[in-house]
Design a protein around this ligand. Structure first.
Ligand code: ADP
Ligand code: ZN
Ligand code: ZN
Length: 828
């Protein structure tokens, strides 16, 4: 929408991250910008002494202040945001208590954020004079120094120059007043459009031969090049012409002067998948009956044209992806568009290839392993409406499509759909907002749906489609539990049970491959009795207590409600002294593997070995190519992998995730183990899965072994109901961080008191006691949590926002930070 007649002012969200300034500001729209200042447009505006980037979110006939300033520049040809996305940003800032500026920024590809800078340029005439001649007598010493600096020729920016030479400030002001120096406003962003020089030859045949015939014999190179361009055209990159013919640029330019070719610039697309899938497109598969029934239901919903949520529940390998592909085809046939979200770590080249094979150039891919330039170019294709399908990780939910018919979230239970920085949005919630706007179908796929999503079936908010078996009825792999308590009792103190040891040796001998999985997430420590499996739990919350050592005392604390008790030296259940803090990292397991199986080559995958771009894919490729026998990793290897030669999957210890100090620990354990178990046996090699644990009787482990989601859900939802945890409430978590432990604690307690008072009369709200976070110290800062449970967020929102704004300001004044996480998924 452009400004209508009479409207002269734009409401602009400025890129200033202060909550005190978090509202739209009015700016006059100069006449020359009237056509281009639209809702969603990106502009440069003056703000105090600076110039900042801003986004137009509305118009007004009257300015809100008397001395209103003017928009200085409009940055893009097409506004980066659609009106829908402008509204979505507003919704996000409301829902997640985030600033408007941060919410808008979250919608855009990284690197797009612009910086405005003032460049200093010598006005003409002055530039040619040597510093110590001519009018130099009229300059002071400082002014001469400044002018000499500008004469060096490299770009000089005001802010940077004054940082280096604060004393030059008045000299600079005078020179600008006298017109000797001109200030020029420049805008830069990290990503840029790249242009490509191309030569084209569009002459009709007869004309072409006539003109080429006139080229003199001695310019034979020109003739050769003209023919080459003609043959490879109509449009070819100049660099290709030079490479193929060995001609120089001047030869090509001579052809342009003769009117044989035209030289121009086009936008170059940085295509991360160039030349990778350019075979013929693949045809859809013939669906099984169960698949066809599911697809029909989805297509029915697409045709009905009202927003709807559908859960597609089916084990790994049941053919969900094939259904996504055919539902997308139906969406595109309707003239609408689709977004497919996949967890970042499942977004492998093979995954992308499946979509590209089916839909070719209609697909754009967005994820963080692309370079910023690649992402920007993909994003531009989407914004211009050149693609119908966007496949990507979490933030692809913001793809600027305008006719969405279908949004797919694969592995909908995955934690990575929650953003852990401001705005702390959940992609599932954002997807539903967009579905409501576009009247689109939101399709959630999983073998192990989140409790929240599964619970919505009972509430009638979501429809479920089941895929009961694997495609081809392939059997699920045999899963075996090993009771680690018996290992200790038999005198085996190693981290590998006798059975796992035997199976690893067997596979190494047969030259088959092994995946070892260290089920470790989070950082906390709990104490576990290696003799009987006892773990201390909170009497109020049934959450594992975390071990703390402070001032010589050994304490166990609940990080949810604040309960604490002294630690123990002997197991309260069996009196064994083998009760210790528990958990080993991947590095230790790797060392142990080298010791016990010196001949085996090991590839380790964890945050340390996969930090650089492409390392993730490289390690997996090496394993696929057989450069190692054992792949050892954290949950990042639990999904999306499909290795034909893997015939053993071992879980070193299921207990590390089972005893996380989080009420979702059982759910996470069930999801992870089910996923790991689904890994093996996807191929002809019969796979076995071995899970080591001190708690073989725990329901999360038992039902993962039998892959019985429904039974797991029934038990888990009971516990959640009893303790009034999500999905029976919504959880908001405040985190206070400070270098000084006491300050952090004092601030969070004051916030607790304030919220208690403010929420006193609101029904169904519980403010829990503030307490140290499970990660009680991080990067030198002490961390405290305050949890608030509610059943209707709207009733608590005003009080939470007020408390948050007041205490984040107070915290900042005292050099601390307060963050807030609405609908928190991870309580670290
Ligand atoms: P999921 O997404 O549920 O894990 P996939 O869609 O990846 O399952 O299917 C698992 C395997 O079965 C894939 O190799 C896929 O090509 C194959 N498959 C699924 N449906 C069919 C079908 N209707 N006909 C032939 N092969 C199929
Ligand atoms: Zn014990
Ligand atoms: Zn507790």
């Amino acid at each position: 929408m452009t400004a209508s007649a009479g409207v002269r002012f734009a409401e602009v969200i400025v890129d200033v991250h202060s909550r005190d300034l978090d509202r739209p500001f009015h700016y006059r729209i100069p006449d020359r910008f009237l056509p281009s200042v639209q809702i969603g447009a990106r502009v440069i505006v003056p703000f105090g002494p600076r110039q900042v980037e801003g986004y137009v979110i509305g118009f007004s006939e009257q300015p809100d202040v008397e001395r209103v300033k003017e928009i200085l520049d409009v940055l893009d040809e097409q506004p980066p945001l659609t009106e829908e996305l402008v509204k979505l940003a507003d919704w996000m800032s409301h829902r997640y208590l985030a600033s408007k500026a941060a919410s808008v920024q979250a919608l855009l590809p990284p690197g797009m954020r612009a910086k405005a800078a003032v460049r200093l340029i010598l006005s003409e005439g002055v530039a040619d004079q040597p510093a110590n001649e001519g009018g130099s007598a009229t300059f002071t010493h400082q002014e001469r120094e400044l002018l000499a600096r500008l004469r060096q020729g490299t770009p000089v920016y005001k802010e940077k120059l004054l940082q280096q030479h604060p004393a030059w400030k008045t000299a600079l002001q005078r020179l600008v007043q006298r017109g000797v120096i001109v200030e020029k406003h420049e805008v830069s962003q990290a990503v840029r459009t790249v242009y490509l020089n191309v030569a084209s030859c569009l002459l009709p045949d007869a004309d072409f031969y006539a003109v080429v015939g006139q080229i003199p014999e001695r310019a034979f190179k020109q003739k050769e090049v003209a023919h080459w361009i003609r043959q490879h055209g109509p449009e070819v990159p100049v660099r290709d012409v030079i490479r193929a013919t060995g001609a120089s640029y001047s030869t090509i330019k001579a052809l342009a002067q003769r009117g044989i070719v035209t030289l121009s610039q086009i936008e170059e697309r940085r295509n991360p998948y160039a030349n990778r899938f350019d075979g013929p497109l693949e045809r859809p598969l013939q669906l099984t009956d169960a698949q066809a029934r599911a697809l029909n239901a989805i297509v029915g919903a697409l045709e009905a044209g009202s927003p709807e949520r559908i859960l597609l529940q089916g084990v790994t390998g049941s053919g969900k992806t094939e259904i996504y592909l055919q539902a997308i085809a139906a969406t595109v046939a309707q003239g609408r568009q689709a977004i497919v979200l996949v967890p970042e770590i499942s977004l492998t080249p093979q995954m992308v290839e499946r979509f590209k094979r089916r839909f070719g150039g209609q697909v754009a891919v967005l994820h963080s392993r692309l370079s910023q330039g690649e992402r920007y170019d993909e994003w531009k294709r989407i914004r211009r409406g050149q693609v119908s399908i966007v496949v990507g990780a979490r933030s692809a939910i913001f793809a600027p499509l305008e006719k969405i018919g279908l949004i797919v979230i694969d592995e909908e239970h995955e934690l990575s759909y929650k953003q852990e920085e401001q705005p702390k949005y959940h992609a599932r919630e954002v997807a539903w907002q967009r579905s409501l706007h576009h009247r689109a179908v939101l399709l959630l796929g999983s073998a192990t749906p989140s409790l929240e999503t599964r619970h919505m079936i009972e509430q009638g908010k979501i429809r479920r489609l089941l895929l009961p078996t694997r495609y081809n009825q392939r059997p699920l792999p045999a899963v075996k539990l090993v009771d680690m308590r018996q290992e200790l009792q038999a005198g085996n103190r190693s981290m590998f049970s006798r059975e796992l040891h035997r199976l690893i040796l067997d596979r190494l001998e047969k030259r088959e491959q092994i995946i070892l999985f260290l089920n470790r997430r989070g950082y906390s420590t709990f104490i576990l009795c290696r003799n009987c499996g006892y773990v201390a739990r909170c009497p109020n919350c049934d959450i594992s207590l975390t071990y703390h050592q402070a001032k010589g005392f050994e304490m166990l604390r609940c990080h949810y409600c604040g309960h604490s008790e002294p630690s123990v030296a002997r197991c309260p259940a069996c009196t064994s002294p083998y009760i210790r803090t528990f958990g080993a990292g991947t590095q230790r397991v790797e060392e142990e593997l080298h010791k016990v199986f010196p001949a085996a080559r090991v590839i380790r995958m964890d945050v340390d070995t996969t930090g650089t771009k492409g390392s993730h894919e490289r390690l997996l490729r090496q394993f696929r190519e057989g450069q190692a026998e054992i792949l050892l990793g954290t949950q990042m290897i639990a999904k999306g992998l499909d290795f034909p030669r893997v015939s053993l999957v071992g879980v070193i210890t299921a207990d590390t995730s089972l005893h996380l100090p989080d009420f979702r620990a059982a759910e996470r354990t069930f999801q992870l183990l089910t996923q790991v178990a689904g890994r093996a046996g996807r191929h002809e090699t019969a796979g076995s899965v071995l899970i080591q644990t001190y708690h073989p009787e725990h329901y999360a482990i038992q039902y993962a072994v039998t892959q019985d989601y429904e039974e797991f859900y029934r038990q888990e939802v009971q516990i959640r109901r009893t303790l009034a945890n999500p999905p029976f409430c919504e959880l908001t978590v405040f985190t206070m961080q400070h270098q000084d432990r006491e300050k952090a604690e004092r601030l969070i307690r004051r916030l607790e008191k304030k919220l208690r008072a403010a929420l006193q009369s609101v029904p169904n709200v519980q403010v829990l006691t503030a307490c140290p976070a499970p990660l009680s110290k991080l990067n030198g800062k002490y961390r405290y949590h305050l949890c608030v449970k509610c059943t209707d967020f709207a009733t608590v929102r005003p009080a939470l926002l007020e408390g948050y704004l007041e205490y984040s300001r107070l915290a900042r004044q005292q050099e601390g930070t307060l963050t807030v996480d609405v609908n928190a998924q991870m309580i670290l």
